[in-house]
Design a protein around this ligand. Structure first.
Ligand code: NDP
Ligand code: ZN
Ligand code: ZN
Length: 350
């Protein structure tokens, strides 16, 4: 066992508190990472507040992790002590099913994807796995991303969820030079999607629910900024990525698509207000594709990191400390936040 400490929530209406726990011992394929930074994703809020069904408590969220390798198991060959490393939304899977073998580990067909938190660790006695709002983590090297030593460390962390979750559907939809793209929800994920789409050569518009980020979006190179989706029904977009974490009307976005256009959804609102779409809507506004997307595999995550570094694409971040988590959750759910908050773990413990 490896003693660890983190910031845990103990019930859906609780507050974060410092919490001591144990990481499993270092296995022969594992690396021990001293965590330096961890991003705060809106998924952390949905999970911590049991908005996707009852959470597993105590819960230490966090799945946008970067740190430095401090120990390696005897069979580890990708990492050595002192290397920079990243961990995203999952830390293990079966490695044998066709999805795992085809680099879609998060879609493990045997149901063995171990999500970084709020999930039993199927490979270690089903102990609930604890996330990155903590000082260290032990992960199988196959699920750890190599981070170059000259990359801006604290800005790399959010790439392991916000980055890959938006890069992956943009690639899947083959967004390229001239594609007319709309990004719905302009927060942590949305602003990364925006930057990637722009780098892929697309003409990018933003859908938000207020005017507050209009100037920023236009400065960043937006084609249009819609504070109401109703104003965009003749936009004729080829591709829309929805990152919206609240209830909304999906049909409004389908309407903004050109014939043959695609709406990919990554935002996952609370289950009790989950948007739905009617068959009649799809039939009478036909030949448009609507589908979901779930983060991305390890291979694609490494590709996303290379793309981000090559094109100098990083999130806009605000550094915070562990004591600030409750306030950040409040701000993210009260339209009082810009893009991404990143916890400086080294400054967080007394
Ligand atoms: P943020 O809170 O950082 O950003 C959400 C943005 O959406 C905010 O800018 C917010 O604006 C805006 N927004 C909220 N409601 C609406 C609305 N009705 N119309 C337009 N804009 C709206 O969240 P994240 O980017 O971190 O996460 C977004 C969602 O993606 C979450 O549901 C999260 O769980 C999910 N997610 C899914 C993943 C996947 O693999 N599919 C992976 C990671 C996250 P305002 O400032 O006004 O509140
Ligand atoms: Zn996330
Ligand atoms: Zn599998």
């Amino acid at each position: 066992m490896i003693p660890a400490k983190g910031f845990a929530i103990f019930s859906k209406d609780g507050k974060f508190q410092e919490h001591r726990f144990n990481r499993h011992a270092l296995g022969k394929n594992d690396v021990l990472i001293d965590i330096h930074y961890c991003g705060i994703c809106h998924s952390d809020i949905h999970a911590a507040y049991s908005e996707w069904g009852e959470g597993i408590y105590p819960m230490i969220p966090g799945h946008e992790i970067v740190g430095i390798v401090t120990a390696v198991g005897s069979h580890v060959h990708k990492f050595k002590v002192g290397d920079r490393a990243g961990v995203g939304t999952f830390v293990n899977s079966c490695k044998q099913c066709s999805n795992c073998l085809n680099h879609h580990e998060v879609l493990c067909e045997h149901g063995k994807t171990v999500h970084t938190y709020n999930c039993p660790d199927y490979f270690h006695n089903n102990e609930p796995h604890m996330g990155g709002y903590s000082n260290c983590i032990v992960v199988d090297e196959d699920y750890v991303i190599r981070v170059p030593s000259d990359a801006p460390f604290e800005k790399i962390a959010p790439l392991f969820c916000a980055g890959i979750t938006t890069y992956s559907p943009l690639k899947f939809a083959q967004v390229k030079e001239g594609t007319k793209v709309g990004i719905a929800g302009f927060g942590g994920l949305g602003h990364m999607a925006f930057k990637y789409a722009l780098a892929m050569g697309a003409e990018v518009s933003v859908f938000a629910r207020s005017e507050s980020k209009k100037e920023m979006a236009m400065d960043m190179g937006a084609k249009h900024y819609y504070s109401s989706v109703k104003d965009a029904k003749h936009a004729n977009l080829d591709f829309i990525l929805s990152t919206i974490p609240t209830s909304y009307d999906l049909t409004d976005y389908v309407r903004c698509l050109a014939y043959g256009g695609e709406l990919a959804i990554v935002g996952l609102p609370p289950f009790n207000v989950m948007p739905t779409i009617s068959i009649a809507q799809l039939v009478f506004d036909p030949n448009k594709k609507v589908y979901g997307s779930l983060v991305g595999g390890i291979k694609e995550t490494q590709e996303m990191l290379d793309f981000s570094i090559l094109h100098n694409i990083y999130p806009e971040i605000k550094l915070v400390e562990g004591k600030d988590i409750d306030q950040v959750f409040y701000d993210l759910t009260h339209s009082n936040a810009l893009f991404r908050h990143v916890i400086d773990m080294k400054k967080s413990f007394k």
